[in-house]
Design a protein around this ligand. Structure first.
Ligand SMILES: [Fe+2]
Ligand SMILES: [Fe+2]
Length: 274
């Protein structure tokens, strides 16, 4: 199975590069499964139903979220009728939507997609390790699902690496999101789980985390909010992780970071290009 994960889509620049690039990538790489983090897709804060449908139409099989899941209040309602939209699993009991879903991809595979949030330097939520463990027990790799992808939305690299080790061999992919900067540590862990500390954002990297720099710099200098954060409007980079998964085991064969467009150094050819 050929899986592509796309990191946090930020604003119009992020949407543009993803919507314009993804259909061609799906064809060229013959992708079986595409998961996109959309928590910053609407003006940098949350997601609307129209934007969700644009991402699904462009080729996403599922869209994950994070701490910005419900910044657009309409998401509290439409998430209940959008089974491919997945918010953090460890939000308080009673939160609308779902934190894990078995997604039938366009190629017919069943992929368990889990979104969870870390707790280091973030809001106190239920334990993500135990919540994920419960999901992996209920829908085990190669029993309930052909592949399992975990988008771990967290600030601390330590927490992300610990989760990778914790589920190694029980998930196909653990990929971090939230920091908006891609790491170069993608690899297959000893038990066969593909891991990358952070997929990076999809958006304009001539920015501060995808936002025009003036207001973030102002707040660091003065501590006084002056304006709203606005997404940076320059050419976007699609940033993410490509993983080849062994159909027999559901475990990863190789994992490679992907960067296309914008100002980041582009990735070289993947084995899929050969
Ligand atoms: Fe984000
Ligand atoms: Fe986030």
């Amino acid at each position: 199975m050929r899986l592509l994960f796309v990191g946090d889509v930020v604003g119009r620049s992020g949407r543009k590069v993803v919507v314009e690039t993804l259909p061609e990538l799906r064809r060229r790489w013959a992708l079986d499964c595409v998961v996109v983090n959309g928590e910053n897709a609407a003006g940098g804060f949350g997601i609307t139903e129209a934007i969700l449908e644009d991402l699904l139409d462009a080729g996403a099989d599922a869209v994950t979220l994070g701490n910005h899941a419900f910044d657009q209040k309409e998401a509290l309602v439409f998430i209940n009728r959008q089974p491919k939209l997945i918010r953090p699993l460890n939000f308080p009991k009673g939160t609308p939507g779902r934190g894990a879903a078995l997604i039938r991809t366009q190629s017919g595979a069943d992929v368990l997609v889990i979104n969870a949030m870390g707790r280091v330097f973030m809001t106190e939520l239920d334990c993500p390790f135990r919540a994920i463990d419960n999901e992996l027990t209920a829908c085990a790799l190669k029993q309930g699902a052909d592949a399992v992808l975990i988008d771990f939305h967290a600030e601390a690299t330590s927490e992300k690496q610990a989760l990778g080790v914790f589920v190694d061999g029980r998930a196909s992919v653990v990929v971090g999101t939230h920091t908006h900067a891609p790491t170069s540590d993608e690899r297959v862990l000893p038990g066969g789980t593909a891991f990358m500390s952070d997929a990076g954002m999809s958006g304009d990297y001539n920015s501060v985390l995808g936002m025009t720099p003036e207001e973030p710099v102002n707040r660091f200098l003065t501590r006084i909010p002056r304006e709203r954060f606005e997404p940076s409007a320059g050419p976007g980079t699609l940033s993410g992780l490509a993983v080849e998964i062994d159909d027999a085991t559901g475990l990863a064969v190789w994992a490679r970071g992907v960067r296309i467009g914008g100002v980041l150094q582009p990735t070289g050819p993947l084995p899929w290009d050969a």
